[in-house]
Design a protein around this ligand. Structure first.
Ligand code: MV4
Length: 447
């Protein structure tokens, strides 16, 4: 087992990793930017190293500084959390070169899954259902139009280097094709330095459902069922829940087996997520694979009793997994509390938290790094807390979540709490029948 892990991240996920390390008897090293001197991850870690100024590029994305911090503290592994360097192939490779275990995917796996057309081809070859479309990249706009005519409009062109909704365009008919193509090419070239595009049938009003997998170094992969992440706004998830209200035991079994096939095909080791779109007919299709721990991992922990960070660390250290798939018996939901104003287009609201009280009680878990008197820096992600609630039914979880949200006091900044309270009372949300477009027509007025 590792003796010392450096956490190459900040905020709640840095704390989350430190907590599990402490329980496992593993020493921890925090790294921090000058904006995060007063952060809890710095105080809770056994050691802390300043790695640069506030800008992410110069601190949390600064590979030489992070490797130096690991070298001088003698860390034998690095946990990258989510975001930042968690899916950076170069960083994974450099850690390996320095003999530091990267608790995440190999450089090869990250490159494979980071190129979406390649990822899709790999999954298709492994027998995972994929959305009908081009085989690999499109060579020309003419080829794209030809294919679109065959499979039928609407179609979508996507940047192979994209993901999370960037560099894609929906095309309703052939007259829109040229402009959508030019725009997507331009945008992806500028954003990713790679303007390769592929084409798919556009799936209308889907649900976003992802399967959590864990693999070990001996080729065994298990799945821990799904998370429904359909409640999101502009590709930012706001609420996640498990089990999904629309996933039947039969669908779960098929999606779970597909996820295992996909992860096994790339010898996946560690915690990963296979994202699927589920259409209105209940058909599911591979969308992307995330080779990191995700923000919403706690809802899976609450229903399975696994500590997913501990699983990541154990498999990275070479321990085998039991290989049991999971069938849900409980319910869990997460609300992301962001320092944003939901009444004004979710505009960021950094600043000082003057008063703070987090909810507690039966079935309530808070993952957060903030405290009364903490100043939220403007440089990073606006998420300040996750309220995670579990219970015996979806109804119980929604009631408990509303109670927890009402108990929560955060003064000095605006937060997404008023939105979440309204959502817990919303008939459409309560029905369990909604799509990824749900928030497009949600009334955010007067929050
Ligand atoms: C799609 C799609 C419909 N049809 N692909 C959005 C993020 C990126 N991972 C892919 N995305 C989509 N791909 C086809 N062929 C609709 C989306 C999409 C979406 C997916 C999941 C959750 C929210 C979404 C919001 C808008 C579009």
């Amino acid at each position: 087992m590792f003796k010392k892990i450096l956490i190459a991240n900040r905020g709640e996920i840095a704390l989350r990793v430190i907590r599990t390390c402490r329980e496992m008897g593993i020493q921890t090293v925090a790294v921090y930017s000058t904006a995060d001197r007063e952060s809890l991850h710095v105080r809770f870690a056994d050691e802390a190293v300043c790695i640069g100024p506030p800008a992410s590029r110069q601190s949390y994305l600064n590979i030489p500084n992070i490797i130096s911090a690991a070298e001088i503290t003698n860390a034998d592994a690095i946990h990258p959390g989510y975001g930042f360097l968690s899916e950076n192939a170069e960083f994974s490779r450099i850690c390996a070169d320095y003999g530091i275990k990267f608790i995440g995917a190999t450089a090869e796996q990250i490159n494979f899954m980071g190129d979406k057309a390649t990822a899709k081809a790999t999954m298709r070859a492994a027998g995972v259902p994929v959305i009908p479309g081009s085989e690999g990249l499109l060579d020309s706009v003419e080829q794209g139009k030809e294919l679109a005519k065959e499979i039928g409009y609407p179609v979508i062109v996507k940047a192979t280097a994209g993901g999370g909704g960037r560099g894609m365009r929906i095309i309703k008919d052939e007259s829109e094709f040229q402009k959508a193509w030019d725009d997507a090419k331009m945008e992806s070239g500028a954003a990713f330095g790679n303007d390769g595009l592929y084409l798919e049938k556009f799936v209308e009003e889907p649900r976003h459902i992802e399967i959590q997998v864990v693999g070990d170094q001996y080729g065994k992969v298990c799945h821990l069922s799904e998370r429904d992440c359909s409640i999101q706004r502009r590709h930012q998830k706001l609420v996640e829940e498990t089990p999904s209200p629309i996933v039947t035991p039969e669908l779960r079994e098929r999606m779970g087996q597909a996820a295992i096939k996909g992860a096994s095909a790339i010898n996946y080791e560690g915690a990963g997520t296979i994202e699927f779109l589920v259409d209105k007919y209940g058909e599911f299709y591979f969308m992307e694979m995330n080779t990191r721990i995700q923000v919403e991992h706690p809802i899976t922990e609450e229903v399975t009793n696994f500590d997913l960070i501990k699983e990541q660390i154990k498999v990275a250290a070479g321990e085998p997994i039991s290989g049991q798939n999971y069938t849900p018996k409980r319910y869990a939901m997460e609300c992301r509390i962001n320092a944003e104003d939901p009444a004004n287009g979710f505009r960021p609201s950094p600043g000082k938290i003057t008063q703070l009280h987090f909810p507690g009680g039966h079935g309530v878990r808070i993952d957060s790094h903030v405290y009364a008197g903490y100043t939220i820096p403007p440089n990073y992600d606006s998420m300040i807390a996750k309220i995670i609630v579990s219970g015996q039914s979806r109804e119980e979880v929604m009631t408990r979540m509303k109670r927890a949200l009402q108990e929560c006091v955060i003064e000095g900044i605006k937060t997404t709490i008023p939105f979440h309270i309204r959502l817990m009372d919303d008939p459409g949300f309560k029905s369990g029948i909604f799509t990824t477009k749900y928030l497009e027509s949600f009334d955010f007025g007067g929050l």
